[in-house]
Design a binder for this molecule. Structure first.
Ligand code: ATP
Ligand code: MG
Length: 438
C-alpha cells in the first residue's frame, strides 16, 4: 500500500467516524424534538438538579410522586376509549395535535394533555442524565480541565448548602420530633454512603450508641446536641409511657466549662422541661450528688480512678493506693458516709482498729505494710475532695432527677434547689450519657 492510499484510507475512516457521530446527534435531536413534552420536562428537571445541587434520586422520587397522576389518566382514558387500540393511540393523537397547530396555546394544551406521561418519563430521563453526568465529571471522563472534578464538586457543594439553608429556613421544615421516633437534625447538604433525605433525622435508639459530632468552631455542634438530648428524652419518655422501655435518664457532662457554660445549662434546662422532664438538675450549682451511696467495691474503684497514679515505676504506688482504698471503703463497719469520714479512714490506726477483729489477719498485715504511705494518700485525697467541694458529698442521687447537667471544670456555685421540687418516682431507667466537650 502506497503512502497516498494509506492517507486516503485514514481520512475516509475519520470522516466515517465523524459522520456516524453527526448522524447519532441528529437522531437524538430529532427524537428530542419529536418527543418535545418529555424533553421539556427532562430539561427542567436537569436544570433544577444542577442549580439546586439535588442528587439524582431526588428526581427519581419526583417521578414516582407524579405516578398517581399517570394512574388517574390511565383510568380516565380507559373509561373513555372502549378499544385497546384507541386507548394505546390516545397519546399519539394528542401529540399529533401540536404539529397541526404549532401555536403557543395549542402547544400548551398538548403539553397539559400529555403531562401525565411526559412528567414521570421526563423526570426519569433527567435523573439518568444527571447521574451519568455526575459520574462522568467526578471520574474524569468529561470536563475540559484536569481540575474539572474539583471545581464541579465545589460548585455543587455551594448549591447544596444554599438549598439546605433554604429548607431549614422554611417554617416547620425541621421540627423537634418527626414520626416514628426520629429526631430531625437539619437539612441534608450531601449524603455519602447513605440514603438521601431532604432533612437528616436520627432514629432515637441510635442516640444510645456512641456518636460523635464533628464541626468547626461555631458551626452549631452544641445546638445540635441540645436538639438530640431533647428529642431523645421526648421519644424515650413516650416509649416508656406506652409500656416500651424504662423512663429516661439523661446525663450531660459539659467538660468544656467556660463563661457560657451556665447559659447553655439554662437553655438545656428550659428545653428539657419543655420536653416533659419534671426535674432537671444542674450540678454543681443547683444540685448535689452523693458519691458515698455507691456499692463499696465500685466506690473503691471510682476513688482510685479519680486520682492520676501513673504507670512504669509509679505503678507500685498505684497498687498500694488501690489496696489502701479498698481497705478503707470495704471495712467491716461499712462504707464511709461522707468525705470527712473517708479521709479519717486513711490513717493506719483507724484501719488497724477497724480490721483487727481477729478474723482478718491478712488485711491487718497489709495495713502495716502500707502504713508509711498513708499520710501521702490522705494528702492527695484531701486535696482532690477539697477541690470538688461538697458537690459530690450529697445528699443526692441520680434517681432524684430526670436529667442531670454536669458543669465540669467550672467554679463552684451556690447550692440550692431547682425545678418544681417534685422528685420523679424511683426505679430503673434507660440512661443516656452525653459528653459535651466542644
Ligand atoms: N441550626 C442552626 N440554625 C441557625 N443558627 C444556628 C444553628 N445552630 C447553631 N446556630 C448558631 O450558631 C452559633 C454557634 O452555635 P453553637 O454554639 O452550637 O456552635 P458550636 O459548634 O458548639 O461552637 P463552639 O465550637 O464554639 O463550641 C450560635 O449563635 C447559634 O445560635
Ligand atoms: Mg459548642
Amino acid at each position: 500500500m502506497s503512502v497516498l492510499s494509506w492517507v486516503r484510507l485514514t481520512v475516509c475512516l475519520w470522516l466515517l467516524r465523524k459522520a456516524v457521530k453527526v448522524v447519532k446527534w441528529l437522531l437524538i435531536f430529532a427524537v428530542a424534538v419529536a418527543a418535545w413534552p418529555v424533553t421539556v420536562v427532562a430539561c427542567a428537571g436537569y436544570a433544577a438538579a444542577l442549580l439546586c445541587g439535588w442528587p439524582s434520586v431526588r428526581l427519581r422520587r419526583a417521578a414516582a410522586g407524579a405516578l398517581p397522576m399517570t394512574a388517574v389518566w390511565v383510568l380516565l382514558e380507559a373509561r373513555r376509549q372502549h378499544q385497546w387500540r384507541a386507548f394505546a393511540l390516545a397519546p399519539v393523537r394528542d401529540w399529533q395535535g401540536s404539529w397541526g397547530q404549532p401555536t403557543g396555546p395549542g402547544m400548551a394544551r398538548t403539553f397539559l394533555l400529555l403531562a401525565p406521561l411526559a412528567v414521570p418519563a421526563g423526570l426519569v430521563l433527567a435523573a439518568g442524565l444527571w447521574a451519568w453526568w455526575n459520574y462522568a465529571v467526578t471520574s474524569g471522563i468529561r470536563g475540559w480541565l484536569a481540575s474539572a472534578p474539583v471545581t464541579f464538586d465545589a460548585r455543587q457543594w455551594r448549591r447544596q448548602v444554599r438549598t439546605a439553608k433554604g429548607r431549614i429556613a422554611a417554617p416547620g421544615a425541621v421540627p423537634l420530633m418527626a414520626s416514628g421516633g426520629r429526631i430531625p437534625a437539619g437539612g441534608t447538604i450531601r449524603s455519602i454512603g447513605h440514603r438521601w433525605r431532604p432533612v437528616f433525622a436520627v432514629p432515637y435508639p441510635a442516640c444510645t450508641r456512641h456518636m460523635v459530632v464533628v464541626g468547626a468552631t461555631g458551626s452549631g455542634k452544641t445546638n445540635l446536641m441540645m436538639r438530640l438530648w431533647a428529642g431523645w428524652f421526648t421519644a424515650a419518655a413516650d416509649a416508656a409511657a406506652a409500656g416500651r422501655g424504662r423512663p429516661p435518664l439523661l446525663i450531660v457532662l459539659d467538660c468544656k466549662g467556660g463563661g457560657d457554660a451556665r447559659v447553655k445549662a439554662g437553655r438545656t434546662w428550659r428545653l428539657l422541661h419543655g420536653a416533659g422532664a419534671r426535674r432537671v438538675a444542674i450540678w454543681p450549682d443547683e444540685a448535689r450528688l452523693s458519691l458515698w451511696d455507691l456499692p463499696p467495691a465500685d466506690l473503691a474503684v471510682l476513688l482510685f480512678q479519680m486520682i492520676e497514679s501513673g504507670d512504669g515505676a509509679a505503678a507500685y504506688y498505684a497498687d498500694i493506693m488501690q489496696a489502701v482504698l479498698t481497705l478503707a471503703v470495704t471495712a467491716p463497719c461499712g462504707p464511709p458516709a461522707r468525705a470527712a469520714d473517708f479521709l479519717a479512714r486513711l490513717d493506719s490506726r483507724w484501719l488497724a482498729s477497724a480490721w483487727d477483729d481477729g478474723l482478718h489477719p491478712g488485711e491487718v498485715q497489709r495495713i502495716r505494710g502500707a502504713a508509711r504511705h498513708l499520710p501521702d494518700i490522705q494528702l492527695r485525697f484531701a486535696t482532690l475532695l477539697g477541690r470538688l467541694g461538697q458537690a459530690l458529698d450529697g445528699p443526692g442521687n441520680l434517681r432524684d432527677a430526670d436529667a442531670w447537667y454536669f458543669i465540669l471544670g467550672a467554679p463552684r456555685g451556690a447550692v440550692h434547689s431547682c425545678g418544681d421540687g417534685r422528685a420523679p418516682p424511683p426505679g430503673r431507667r434507660s440512661g443516656l450519657v452525653k459528653l459535651e466537650a466542644a
